[in-house]
Structure formats: C-alpha cells, structure tokens
Design a binder for this molecule. Sequence first.
Ligand code: NAD
Length: 348
Amino acid sequence: MTGFVHDALPMRVVFGSGALDRVAEEVDRLGLRRVLVLSTPRQGALAARVTDLLGERAAGTFDGARMHVPVETVAAAVAVVEELGADGCLAIGGGSTIGLAKALSLRLGLPSVAVPTTYAGSEMTPVWGLTEHGRKTTGRDPVVLPGSVVYDPDLTHALPAAVSGPSGLNAIAHAVEALYAPNGTPVVGAMAERGVRDLAAALPQVVADGSDGAARSLALEGAWLCGACLGATTMGLHHKLCHVLGGMLDVPHAETHAIVLPHVAAFNLPAAPEADAVLRRALGTDDVPAALLSLGAAVGVPDGLQALGVRHEDLARVADEVLAAPYSNPVAPTRADLEAILDAAWRG
Ligand code: NAD
C-alpha cells in the first residue's frame, strides 16, 4: 500500500451482553420521540420486548420485514410510519430488517437505531438495496447509516447453528474483499485481520454450543469489524458474484457467500499478496482458501451451490451478468476464469 485516503464513516456502537437494555437511551440520544420498531414475522416476540423497553418512545411495530427489501414491503412500512406519525425507526434483526430501516431512511429521511441479531454487517454500511419486479438495485447514501448500533450478543443465542455458520462466513467475506479493495487503508486492514481472527476462532464454538456467551460475543465483535470493512471499501468479484447469484437465482444470501468465498479467494489471493499475508496471520495457515473451505465445512456450510438447488446450466447466465458490469478486483477475470470459479463453487 503506497498512499491512501481514509474517510471514516460516523459510527456509534454500544456493545455487550445486556446492551439491549440501553435502547431507550440510544433513542433519546438521537432526539427521537416516536419510533417504529421493525422486525421479521419470526422475530415479532423480540420486537414486542423492545417495544416494552422503549415505553412511550415506541409508536408501534411493523413485523413485515422480508429478504431483499421488496418495494411493496417498503410501501406498507411507509404507510404505517405516516399513520402513526413515527419520527424514526428501530430495526431489530438481520440484514433484511436493517435493510427495511435503510429504505425508510432513504425514502423519508427517518433516523434509525439498529439492533443486529445476525453477522451480516449491514448496520455498518451506507449501502441500501431495494427489490422491484424481481430485480434488486443497490446504492450508497450516508443517510441510511444507523445513528446508533446496539450489539447484544445475548440476542444471537437464538440464531440456529445452521444460520450462524454461513452468516459468520458472510462477514468474513467482507473483510477478505476489503483487504484487496482499491480504497483499503491500514485502519481497514487492522479491522479486517481482527474480525477474521475473531470469527474463525468463535464460529466452531458457536455452532457446537449456541449459548456459549464468550463465543457469541467474540463472533459478534468480529461481525461488527468485518461489517465496518464492508462499509469503508468497495467490494470485488466475490460480492459481485454473490449479488448476481442472489438476484438471478434467489439463493439464500449467507449460504451463497459462504460457499463462494474459498473459490474466489483461491482466484484472487495470488494477485493480492498483502491481503494473503494478513489472512494467513488471521487464520494461522499457509493456505487461506483451504482454511476457508474447512472452516465452512466445520460450521455446516452447505456443500456447493448444487446443494442450494442451483442448476449447472444456470451458471453461464451468471457469468454473463458478472462480465457485463464487473467490480474492481485484483485481477480481471476472463469468462473462462468465471466459469471455473462458478463450477468449483457449484461442486463444493
Ligand atoms: P435475514 O435478516 O434475512 O435473517 C434470516 C432469518 O433469520 C429471518 O427470518 C430473521 O428473522 C431470522 N433471525 C435473525 N436473527 C435471528 C436470531 N438471532 N435468532 C433467530 N432468528 C433470527 O438474514 P441476514 O443474512 O442477516 O441478511 C441478509 C440480507 O441482508 C440480504 O438481503 C442482504 O442483501 C442484506 N445485506 C445487506 C448489506 C448491506 O450493506 N446493505 C450487508 C449484508 C447483508
């Protein structure tokens, strides 16, 4: 790395076991008086708990958050905001729920508090996404960054092992790509190394015992750091491939990241020796792609894209779309490179 520009994003993080009890304080700090609590239908009970904690600061709840932020869901949430006269929102859940809060910030300028319960990292990024007619569009806007993020590892105990492992690898993917991003900096590099080390140490323990408080805390800390890497840099081939796979074939987000990552790492790292060196240190290995593959196998990542129901004949279309609008990457992939990466990821 010769020269760099480090442009830090605003970030307020309240972290620790029991931190959920501090949501009301965070809402007050932002000057909000009537917040709408957002969740998925599955996390309605958690939303009710937050509503109790907020007392009169809660205007109501909307538990209709859905994967990939469909515009219809946003329209329904906007109607509830307007009906209740909400002046902000509190998103409790994974990337889908935080994505809905971001859409409300984008549409209505509503400030938000995020309480993440997975390792996806969306709360640390100014990236929003919206899905209309089956097509997802994304963009960057600082207005969608939460004003405060409350990380309470206790909330992740309920995250099933089969979701925790892939979700943690989704976070690791953010750090891997930040390490060879054109806008990486020493601060980003330090966060990436620490985040990968934390998650690689914690995930096998989290999967073995979901109520291991120390492991859950370490994993969530790693996810925070890796999410901050995603927010600070532009992503490369791995994120592009996963974005196209998700949009075109409707495969689950975290699992797709977890499956694809070792194969993109095997392609990219020979062209990114500094990133490779950091990842070797973080993972305690001489072979980063092999270590990522075995970490995935150890934490229950499905065995290849074929296990997600992807048909081999769909891969050519994925390669076409990736080539049509490539992301910056340490080495520009040819069509044959992309087919080889996708084939390896499909086989697992
Ligand atoms: P998710 O938010 O869709 O959650 C998956 C399911 O798990 C949901 O039903 C949710 O309610 C449930 N769940 C979440 N936490 C739980 C817990 N602790 N216990 C029990 N159940 C729990 O999944 P995700 O992987 O967190 O997010 C994926 C979405 O986030 C994708 O749409 C992706 O594009 C987006 N994302 C965006 C960014 C960004 O920067 N904009 C970054 C990462 C992910």
